[in-house]
Design a binder for this molecule. Structure first.
Ligand code: DGL
Length: 280
């Protein structure tokens, strides 16, 4: 994609996820900064990303980012841990300088890692995430840079995203898989006193996750930390703030059936949603 083909006019903030999970981040960002315009893009047709190769996650994420740039976004949030773990660095370091060095793509792992030091006394932290995020060790590396005294134990939960994408988060199947992975994590490291929900889909399973987590263990959904971090970022970067339009609007795009996306998204967000189809 050529920078010259992109509009330099201000535009909305782009929020991207493989599916519905990023809505948990979007709602926190909009609660904190309702004045901006937003475009949410869910690649539901190709979700879940969690088991896919590095190359495919990178390729799909780059396509989504380019689409959001073409729609006028100067700032895109990867509201997906798997994409943040597998594609963010390459997009920031290799693609952005060629596409447009003034555009920005930010992820969700760093802002989440930054807050974790506050929530653990034992300095043993658990990460629940997709197989891709766990295998990338991105959380371990980011937390080690910021808090070298914290021990991090990861548990991959391959069934949790499909449960959410298929609206099965209240089913007995969800009980089984939620309990299975929490038990494994806490058996591997019984000293854990804080658990990061390292996938943006997981807050939709929060009541179940709470039900099977022993009291005294802090659960950390990431939406509010990503929102606060974005707010701080924009405060430090007025040049980016000036490139965001302020009409308090939101558009929802999906690579799947828009009606089915709208139906699920309305349940997740508790307000009516109209969605449009997009091809990447
Ligand atoms: N919401 C994505 C994440 O935060 C889910 C990835 C997937 O599609 O498996 O990792």
């Amino acid at each position: 994609m050529q920078a010259s083909r992109l509009s330099s006019a201000p535009g909305p903030i782009g929020v991207f996820d493989s599916g519905y999970g990023g809505l948990t981040v979007l709602s926190q960002i909009r609660a904190l900064m309702p004045q901006f315009d937003y475009i949410y893009l869910g690649d539901n047709a190709r979700a879940p990303y969690g088991n896919r190769s590095f190359e495919l996650v990178y390729e799909f994420t780059r396509q989504a980012v380019e689409r959001l740039f073409r729609m006028g976004c100067h700032l895109v949030i990867l509201a997906c841990n798997t994409a943040s773990a597998k594609a963010l660095r390459t997009i920031q370091q290799r693609d952005l300088p060629l596409i447009d060095p003034n555009r920005r793509v930010l992820g969700v792992i760093r802002p989440t890692a930054e807050c974790v030091g506050l929530f653990t006394h034992t300095r043993h932290v658990g990460i629940l995430a997709t197989p891709g995020t766990i295998r990338s060790h991105t959380y371990n590396l980011e937390i080690a840079k910021l808090f070298p005294d914290i021990h991090v134990e990861g548990e991959a939960c391959p069934m949790w995203v499909p449960l959410v994408e298929n609206r099965e988060w209240e089913s007995p199947g969800a009980d089984y898989f939620v309990k299975q992975h929490l038990t494994r994590l806490l058996t591997t490291d019984p000293l854990i006193d804080a658990i990061i929900l390292g996938c943006t889909h997981y807050p939709l399973l929060l009541p179940k996750i709470r039900q099977f987590t022993p009291s005294g263990i802090r659960l950390i959904p990431q939406g509010q930390y990503v929102a606060t971090s974005l707010h701080t970022y924009l405060g430090r970067h007025p040049e980016m703030m000036n490139r965001i339009t302020c009409g308090a609007s939101i558009r929802f795009l999906t690579t799947e059936q828009p009606d089915s996306f709208a139906q699920s998204a309305s349940i997740f967000l508790s307000h009516p949603v109209i969605a449009e189809h997009v091809t990447l």
